[in-house]
Ligand binder design. Structure first.
Ligand SMILES: Cc1cc2nc3c(=O)[nH]c(=O)nc-3n(C[C@H](O)[C@H](O)[C@H](O)COP(=O)(O)O)c2cc1C
Length: 179
């Protein structure tokens, strides 16, 4: 059955290592007959959550007028969500965290999704990326029916394109194909 897959690419480097892994995932997913869309978050305007409480305390929509409303619709409609980040100071990058915080107004509607995580880091040690995975898990822990289906560790990649030819590239394609 064809699935609707949303890929959130958060690196500020277009064509960077995690973005390239996202493209491989999308190619695999499409090859298998799914519908897959990659969103490069830098192309979108996503403000910080201000903690104003409008959504939580007053049960009203987020008052911020930016692209997050559109992204939330896509997240809610997706069968599977791929979240990709470069490792920055052994955590996820700020753009991804900003997106996660802004799901506050509608995160209770992001239900029953399959999740895939893609990370890239200069560090060769895969274990050094576990903290970043735990941060993603902090998000999915808050969602009903979230299933963690796969992780791509793009270790040992510093400069743009270093990831090319690595095992992570073929793993990402195969993961997309088997989504
Ligand atoms: C601000 C910043 C912080 C970084 N922190 C780390 C780090 O803590 N550990 C690491 O292994 N690599 C670190 N890196 C390297 C990136 O994770 C690496 O270049 C990665 O391939 C970037 O992915 P991208 O091309 O998708 O942006 C950092 C890079 C930047 C720019």
């Amino acid at each position: 059955m064809s699935k609707n897959i949303l890929v959130l690419s958060s690196s500020p480097r277009r064509g960077g290592n995690s973005d390239l892994l996202c493209d491989r995932f999308v190619s695999g997913a499409k090859e298998a007959g799914n519908q897959a869309e990659k969103i490069f978050l830098k192309d979108k305007k996503i403000n910080y959550c201000t903690g104003c409480g409008t959504c939580i305390n007053k049960d009203k929509p987020c008052p911020q007028k930016d692209d997050m409303a559109e992204l939330l619709e896509k997240m809610i409609a997706a069968d599977a969500i791929v979240m990709a980040t470069p490792v920055y100071f052994y955590t996820m990058c700020g753009q991804m965290k900003t997106l996660i915080d802004r799901t506050c107004s509608r995160y209770t509607e992001i239900n029953d999704k399959d999740f895939y995580f893609i990370m890239t880091a200069a560090d060769n040690n895969q274990q050094a990326m576990e903290r970043t995975i735990e941060e993603f898990r902090g998000f999915t822990y808050c969602l009903d029916g979230a299933k963690e289906k796969g992780i791509i560790y793009g270790a040992g990649a510093w400069n743009i394109g270093d990831i090319k030819g690595s095992k992570a590239m073929s793993q990402s394609y195969e993961m997309g194909k088997n989504v």
